[in-house]
Design a protein around this ligand. Sequence first.
Ligand code: DTR
Ligand code: CA
Ligand code: ZN
Ligand code: ZN
Length: 452
Amino acid sequence: MNLSSVSCRPTPRRTAVAAVALALTGLAAATAPAASAAPTAAPTAAATALAPLAAPDIPLANVKAHLTQLQSIATANGGNRAHGRPGYKASIDYLKAKLDAAGFTTSVTTFTSSGATGYNLIADWPGGDPNQILMSGAHLDSVSSGPGINDNGSGSAAVLETALAVSRAQLKPTKHLRFGWWGAEELGLVGSKAYVNSLPATERSKFSGYLNFDMIGSPNPGYFVYDDDPAIEKTFKDYYAGLGVPTEIETEGDGRSDHANFKNVGIPVGGLFTGASRTKSSAQAQKWGGTAGTAFDRCYHSSCDTTANINDTALDRNSDAIAHAVWTLGSGPAVPPGDVHENTTDVAVPDNGAAVTSSVTVSGRTGNAPAALKVGVDIKHTWRGDLVVDLVAPDGTAYRLKSSSSSDSADNVIATYTVDASSEAANGTWKLRVQDIAAQDTGYIDGWKLTF
Ligand code: DTR
Ligand code: CA
Ligand code: ZN
Ligand code: ZN
């Protein structure tokens, strides 16, 4: 401290003697665990949007090859792949073998429905943020009256081939990618309900979304997008807009397929559909082609739902749309300007007194805070060396942003700190805690903000 620089500030500066005394007392630093918080010299540059990687084309031939296999399985097992029948478990085994060979971590879980054992197949792509799970799924079972190639070999095969494309690309997405194939959907969304019920609330909160694909290759196709989560819906609509293909909102979807179980527990959902037994209108035939006055899928739940019951263009477009959504949503949003939570209310800091706090409440986020949580601090205070500044997480864990310093005579703490808060739930009330631990020189919290 420089006596000659005593400013004409209203608040008297300490004398050098006092400063030395403070130093000698070795003022106890706050007991907070040190964070890796280091002030960045200047406010971070505006975040630049990271463009998500472009998804690869999903080869239609590969998807159709899976449908041929599912058809063969049905033919070899009484003509169907229904829950409780051998054709369903054989379908599970076919997909699991492909996924295991591609490096996925797979698990087959069981449940009981109508007195028979049912099976779900879950495949995790190693890596990604475990607190941000993006899941894509399709039911694998058919009705007992037919092989179920459009309903729902189409969704199952397209999701499988997208997963295999992730493996071929050795994709390293921001989020953790999970894929699921459900049993007993035709009995009432039973398999997906068993899966969702098996998730503890802490797991459910980690899902950033569930994408559902049930009937995406109908022979007289419509292009329907589920109108559920806006971001997911927009992702699909943007994809189709890029193709110049108009879409419609899927109006009969609620409750009609496996996404309903995820939606019921608050997980954002979306998906695609090409139509079932409803009839295509003239207006729809005008924009999509096909035959007006005829069902989108006249073999819905019938024995004629075979490999001949597929529109290749619809299956190809939807397979590519699935890949687009997984690549786009899996890479996380283009880096936004930041999800900013700010408090600009002034809070006086008592001279050499008790700590004071200023709070922000975060809600609506999923999972934990980031490993690089930005903490912008603006404290007006002469001789800032008096100040100890901590970030306090919703669970009370304190992260040291700034310790006191008997030699730091500069005014004000205006800085952005980076804190590894990845072990903290994002939602809740965060606090900036400030304490003036030396007499004379006073000030106040002018404002602060968290940027996720
Ligand atoms: N429940 C599905 C078919 C189905 C009917 N309407 C919709 C809407 C959205 C997705 C799927 C469906 C089945 O029979 O498997
Ligand atoms: Ca394609
Ligand atoms: Zn069905
Ligand atoms: Zn279906």
